[in-house]
Design a binder for this molecule. Structure first.
Ligand code: ZN
Length: 165
C-alpha cells in the first residue's frame, strides 16, 4: 500500500521539481484558465493544476488559493469549496478519461512526503487496471509536454464550464 502514496515524491528525489519564483499554487495573472501554467481552473478560493510531474495521465492538484499548510487552517467555507472542487475534478476525470479508480489525498508536512509542504494541496490520481506500464514510462520520461498539453485540452473545457462563483 505504501506505493500508493509515495510515487509523487519522485520529483523530490530526482531533484526535477520546478523551482518557480513564486508559489506553484498561486499562479500568475487572473485568468480562470492558463495553459502555460497548466492551470485548469481558478476562482476566489480554489485552484486546479495539471501536475507537471504526473504519476498517471490526468494527475491533478487541487489547492486553496490561500497559502496555508494544513487543512486545519482553512475556514469552513474554504474547506467546503476545496472538497467540492476535489469532487468536481474527479467527476471531470471520470467523464473524460474513464479511469477505473482513483488515489485521492494530501501529504501534509515534508515527513509525510509533501513536495511543497507550505501550501496545502490534494492529489487526484486516476488509475487503470494494469496501468503500471504507463506509470513506469511516465516516471522514466518525466513529462512529455505534448502529452500534458493534450490532456489539458481534453479536460480544459469541462473546467471552464464550472461556474466561478
Ligand atoms: Zn502558496
Amino acid at each position: 500500500m505504501k506505493t500508493l502514496w509515495t510515487p509523487w515524491r519522485i520529483e523530490h528525489v530526482q531533484g526535477l521539481a520546478a523551482k518557480p519564483r513564486h508559489c506553484l499554487f498561486e499562479p500568475e495573472g487572473h485568468e480562470k484558465q492558463d495553459k502555460e501554467q497548466l492551470l485548469l481552473f481558478r476562482n476566489a478560493t480554489v485552484v486546479v493544476l495539471l501536475n507537471r510531474f504526473p504519476y498517471s495521465n490526468g494527475h491533478l492538484l487541487v489547492a486553496p488559493c490561500r497559502h496555508v499548510a494544513c487543512i486545519t487552517e482553512l475556514s469552513p467555507a474554504e474547506a467546503a469549496d476545496l472538497t467540492l472542487m476535489v469532487q468536481r475534478a474527479t467527476a471531470i476525470l471520470r467523464r473524460r478519461l474513464s479511469p477505473q479508480g482513483f488515489n485521492i489525498g494530501c501529504n501534509i508536512g515534508a515527513p509525510a512526503g509533501a513536495g511543497i509542504a507550505d501550501h496545502l494541496h490534494y492529489h487526484i490520481v486516476p488509475r487503470w487496471q494494469d496501468d503500471h506500464n504507463f506509470i513506469t514510462v511516465i516516471a522514466e520520461l518525466r513529462t512529455i509536454p505534448e502529452h500534458l498539453l493534450a490532456t489539458f485540452d481534453r479536460l480544459g473545457p469541462d473546467f471552464l464550464a464550472i461556474s466561478s462563483t
